[in-house]
Design a protein around this ligand. Structure first.
Ligand code: APR
Length: 239
């Protein structure tokens, strides 16, 4: 795919909106589709508050496994291309549904984690956050106060943090280019963001090897893996 429907343009405010497909080439499994995590694990048993209440160790073991898998992988070419675009177009930010921290590992600075982070644990009593970026296994499953810690992640049936959503809305409403990469666009409210970008007047591009629920609303669709799609995009917007 070489011919875009837009001319090399002077986009000044870019939002990259990423999902699990962005990390696929880093070796992190997606949630749905072939090899998807939710085909192997029922989220009702591993990724919701009630599962954590009834069997915290099972849920924490599952998240340790996610951390170990994420540590085995590393950022790929696509992550670094976003990084290069950040250097060229200063007003570039990332809104990610991913919890694996891969964008940050590629040195991206302005990353909004909509669904939280695998690398943070939260004490529900004190609100204390413990961060550990280097280890798969938790150094401790308990807060200093003695309470069990839960991953600081938005699980199924959790409500997104209000401030994070407000930040995302404000970033999307003011961008002129919105690039959605590697998300099936079925989980709300995140799946509503491409529509918000479109309604706010941004040029909207989807990078995904597969058609998604929202493909038809994009101005341009790049049917490529994240790394190839981003290479094409970078050439177009920076040439
Ligand atoms: N490059 C780009 N896209 C890819 C690639 C790739 N190399 N490989 C797969 N994809 C696409 C798939 O076609 C699919 O559309 O990535 C998408 C992954 O979709 P999901 O697994 O549903 O991931 P995501 O959309 O991020 O899930 C949203 O659901 O389970 C919850 O909270 C979890 O944040 C997650 C949310």
């Amino acid at each position: 795919m070489d011919n875009f429907n837009f001319s090399p343009s002077s986009f000044k405010n870019i939002v990259f909106f990423t999902g699990a497909g962005m990390s696929a080439e880093s070796g992190v499994p997606t949630y749905r589709g072939r090899g998807g995590i939710w085909n192997e694990y029922k989220w009702e048993e591993y990724a919701c508050e009630s599962a954590f209440r009834s069997n915290p160790d099972l849920v924490l073991d599952f998240h340790e496994l996610r951390r170990i898998e994420a540590l085995k992988g590393k950022p790929h070419k696509g992550h670094f291309i976003i990084n290069e675009i950040e250097d060229i177009i200063k007003n570039t930010s990332i809104i990610t549904q991913n919890i694996d921290g891969m964008h940050q590992r590629a040195n991206s600075k302005d990353v909004l984690e909509l669904h939280g982070s695998l690398w943070k644990m939260r004490c529900e009593t004190e609100g204390t956050i413990y961060e550990d970026l280097d280890n798969g296994k938790y150094s401790s499953r308990y807060c200093d106060c003695g309470n069990i810690l839960r991953p600081d992640i938005i699980w199924f049936q959790d409500i997104l943090k209000e401030k994070v959503v407000q930040n995302a809305i404000s970033m999307i409403s003011s961008c002129d280019l919105f690039v959605s990469i590697g998300t099936s666009a079925v989980v709300y409210p995140a799946a509503g963001f491409p529509r918000l970008a479109k309604d706010s007047g941004a040029f909207c591009i989807e990078i995904n090897p597969e058609k998604t629920e929202l493909s038809q609303i994009f101005d341009e669709v790049i049917r490529e893996k994240a790394s190839n799609g981003l290479a094409l995009l970078k050439k177009q917007i920076t040439d």
